[in-house]
Write a protein that binds this ligand. Structure first.
Ligand code: ADP
Length: 290
């Protein structure tokens, strides 16, 4: 199984004629509330890819709907705590040209306790994986606990923070970075991704595909992206990561997990939205872009 320590957000999306300036009051054309947060997106992707995924996280009393939606998508939400804080949310303004402004309030996502994480991991074994991003607190504690249990420890270093990723690097078996994050980490460490002390490193390159560095073999392999017409790139990386983790959890070799995840990422960019539109395994298998 995959134990994913991650954020749960309400994505509050306002469609506006133009992005508001300082002091401006603007009427939105429409509003929608979707499930988002990198953590929730990755849990949904892993579950929809067929893995058993337990989400370790927190919401406020206003976040029951988000937990119910996670459950509908097949995520085991028993390790989601309800805390005395507001559910994480993102206020997103999108204009007619597709440009956006985003305000994120971490809220309950930063209210996790060491005790809660330890309890969530009591049944985990070395056959399980631990995944985390950088939208919750207690990352180091979670990674240490998971590592001590012999789990495969994987991290998506987003949103990027050099100090935070460097703190957990020695605990990682697998690191996901996008192109920008890889450049930021190289600058912070003075080392290219391929030379970091992590066994497997995957650098995603959007429409250019991805690269996988394996430090055991010293090899770097490139994987092409599938050709699609992008509509909304939100959640592509999260979908890709969840699918890779699900593939590995089901015993796939890395190459096969990456190819499946690349297809899922490509299909995701053809859809508007985040967690609510992440494709399931059947849809990904049936998707045959040129
Ligand atoms: P992030 O969203 O974290 O920046 P990327 O944009 O690198 O992540 O996307 C992750 C993966 O999703 C890519 O490696 C690729 O396989 C797939 N993907 C993303 N954008 C596209 C695209 N425009 N066309 C095809 N595949 C894409």
């Amino acid at each position: 199984a995959i134990f994913n320590l991650g954020s749960i957000n309400a994505d509050l999306v306002y469609r506006v004629p133009h992005l508001p300036g300082a002091g401006e009051t603007l009427a939105a054309r429409s509003f929608s509330r979707g499930l988002g947060g990198k953590g929730a997106n990755m849990s949904v992707a892993a579950a929809r890819a067929g893995a058993r995924c337990l989400h370790i996280g927190a919401v406020g009393a206003d976040g029951r709907w988000a937990v119910e939606r996670l459950m509908e998508y097949g995520v085991d939400t028993r390790p989601v705590a309800t805390v005395d804080d507001v559910t994480g949310n993102a206020v997103i303004a999108v204009d007619d040209a597709g440009e956006n402004n985003i305000i994120i309030l971490p809220g309950a996502n930063r209210a996790l306790t060491e005790d809660h994480i330890a309890r969530a991991l009591t049944e985990a074994t070395e056959a399980d994986s631990f995944l985390f991003q950088n939208e919750t607190n207690a990352l180091r504690i979670g990674a240490e606990r998971a590592s001590a249990r012999g789990m495969r420890v994987a991290h998506a270093a987003a949103p990027f923070d050099a100090a935070s990723v460097q703190q957990v690097l020695p605990l990682l078996d697998l690191l996901f970075l996008n192109e920008v994050e890889a450049a930021q980490l190289a600058e912070a460490t003075g080392t290219e991704a391929a030379s970091l002390p992590v066994r497997d490193i995957i650098v995603t390159l959007g429409s250019k595909g991805c690269r996988w560095h394996n430090t055991d073999s010293g090899e770097t392999r490139s994987f092409p992206a599938f050709k699609v017409s992008p509509v909304d790139t939100t959640g592509a990386g999260d979908t890709f990561t969840g699918y890779v983790m699900a593939g590995l959890d089901r015993g796939m070799p890395m190459e096969q997990a990456i190819r499946l995840a690349s297809k899922a990422g490509a299909l995701m960019v053809t859809r508007m939205g985040a967690a609510d539109v992440i494709p399931d395994l059947k849809e990904v298998q049936a998707f045959n872009p040129p």
